[in-house]
Design a protein around this ligand. Structure first.
Ligand code: AMP
Length: 292
């Protein structure tokens, strides 16, 4: 595995790989790698001849008072994990090389970026879309694997790839979870052992939604309200949002209609740590639902 820190060098290598007719897959991360990231690499490994992983804690997607400074950066450990997962190139640029003084242009990701994560974190998706477009251009990837863990991000990136004719195929990876259901996340290390226990409330709300929609209920706002009660019942929790949305547009959804896909999305603060999770289901006619 080669470690590259200079965007121009990475781009030249990618150009050369393309000339050699290699199929390039990319997995973009902020590091502090866990099983979720590695599951993305496994998918990329299957689909592409060359796998590039990027590790970049992108200052542009953090708001004032967020955890940019304290975000974990265990680089040596990450490099070892990436190497053993079969990554060919690890691209880990310095912020100054990604955003030199004269940097000005950003991507406006449109209305989908205004709600949920976008309204809780103003400017977040502009930062995400901008760095993802830069990383597409630097790595020249034919395909990119993103996790469903960040479902709104995935929907925005799909939209951007289509709207801006990016030509990189976007693949989704299912959410990797701990045995008790908590979605794996680099931010889970912020949780105390008690908070870690309380954090399972997010998955309990998902399980509740799964059971209730499975019984054929279609009153999504009522089910979301019950989910909200579940996450609110644990000490020190403060939900930002918990509701069902149309899976394509992220428009809020009150009632499920047959044949349509929905997603239960949530962001909940447990102590000082903000956790996100989601669950997708397709409403299947009169008799109930099918999990996906
Ligand atoms: P991050 O390092 O948090 O920016 O995440 C990098 C990529 O890994 C994104 O595409 C995330 O959606 C994905 N990811 C993070 N956590 C998980 C998880 N638990 N399961 C699946 N994908 C994940």
């Amino acid at each position: 595995m080669q470690i590259i820190t200079d965007p121009a060098e990475m781009q030249a290598i990618a150009e050369n790989l393309r000339l050699q007719r290699q199929l390039i897959g990319v997995v973009m991360t902020m590091g502090a790698l866990h099983d979720g990231h590695l599951s993305l690499v496994r998918i990329a490994r299957k689909r592409a001849g060359i796998v590039i992983m990027t590790i970049f804690v992108n200052p542009l997607q953090f708001g004032p008072g967020e955890d940019f400074e304290r975000y974990p950066r265990p680089f040596e450990q990450d490099a070892a994990l990436a190497r053993s997962a079969g990554v060919d190139y690890l691209f880990a640029p310095e912020p100054d090389l990604m955003y030199p003084g004269e940097f000005r242009c950003t991507v406006d990701p449109g209305p989908m970026a205004e709600r949920f994560e976008g309204s809780a974190r103003p400017g977040h998706f502009k930062g995400v879309a901008t760095v993802v477009l830069k990383l597409f251009n630097i790595t020249k990837a034919h395909l990119a694997v993103f996790g469903e863990k960040d479902a709104q991000q995935l929907a925005i990136i799909r939209r951007m790839a289509a709207d801006l004719n990016i030509g990189t195929k976007i693949e989704a990876a299912p959410i990797a979870r701990e045995t008790d259901g908590l979605a794996t996340s680099s931010r889970n290390i912020y949780l105390s052992s008690q908070e870690r226990e309380h954090a399972t409330a997010l998955f309990r709300a998902i399980r509740h939604a799964e059971t209730e929609t499975g019984r054929g209920r279609r009153d999504l706002s009522a089910i979301a309200k019950e989910g909200l009660a579940i996450v609110s019942s644990v000490p020190g929790s403060s939900p930002d949002y918990l509701c069902f949305v149309d899976d394509d547009t992220f428009d809020p959804a009150d009632q499920a209609a047959p044949g349509k896909a929905y997603r239960l999305v949530m962001a909940v603060r447990i102590g000082r740590t903000r956790l996100i999770d989601n669950w997708r289901f397709v409403c299947e006619g009169e008799s109930g639902t099918r999990n996906t």
